[in-house]
Design a protein around this ligand. Structure first.
Ligand code: AMP
Length: 189
């Protein structure tokens, strides 16, 4: 079974590329952002808690996020493969993911990093905000999310590098080219 972490800053294209990979490989897709947005839509307690953090561009606390992730994972797996999109976002989440997978007799196959220059991220997110209707795709919240990314999430690049699992791919240019580069890595797992 393949467990693939798709990694990158907000606006790096994780969701778009995940969709393409799901089509090609038939993997399950776990987007923690989508899970939280569905909870908000359904007006659940979890959704109410999550909304406060999301609207501020902050991360949901690790313990809560880790519990959510495990329950979504168990609802989809065992299966052929999973793409983790938007998780892990902190070192404790990455440690928890390793522990959760090892308890289930499997492991992270690799982390695929979509590398996109900073100035492109803001541009892409503002453009997405015009069509997505996402409350957190406005200039002020985007700036906060990028700061959170640099402070709390980017350290995972070195963390996965140290584990020998980091694969960096150019995350701009034609979608198909980016996708082909990701597939080349996945086919080696
Ligand atoms: P995304 O759709 O991945 O950009 O996530 C949107 C928002 O959901 C983030 O800005 C966070 O507030 C929250 N979120 C999603 N995934 C996580 C996670 N793994 N840990 C903490 N917060 C998360």
């Amino acid at each position: 079974m393949k467990n693939i972490v798709i990694f990158g800053a907000p606006g790096s294209g994780k969701g778009t590329q995940s969709d393409l990979l799901v089509k090609k490989y038939g993997f399950k897709h776990i987007s923690t952002g989508d899970v939280l947005r569905a909870e908000i839509q359904n007006g659940t307690e979890l959704g109410k808690t999550a909304k406060g953090f999301i609207d501020q561009g902050q991360l949901i606390p690790d313990e809560l996020m880790i519990d959510i992730l495990a329950s979504v994972y168990d609802s989809l797996c065992p299966c052929e493969g999973v793409i983790f999109d938007g998780f892990p976002r902190t070192v404790p989440q990455a440690e928890a993911l390793d522990k959760m997978l090892s308890e289930r007799g499997t492991a992270v196959s690799g982390m695929l990093e979509l590398d996109v220059p900073e100035e492109m991220l803001m541009e892409r997110l503002i453009a997405r905000g015009k069509s997505s209707g996402r409350a957190d795709d406005n200039a002020e919240t985007i700036a906060k999310r990028l700061t959170v990314y640099h402070n709390q999430t980017a350290p995972l690049i070195a963390w996965y590098e140290a584990a020998g699992k980091r694969h960096s791919v150019k995350g701009y240019g034609a979608l198909e080219e980016i996708n082909a580069a990701l597939c080349e890595v996945i086919d080696q797992f």
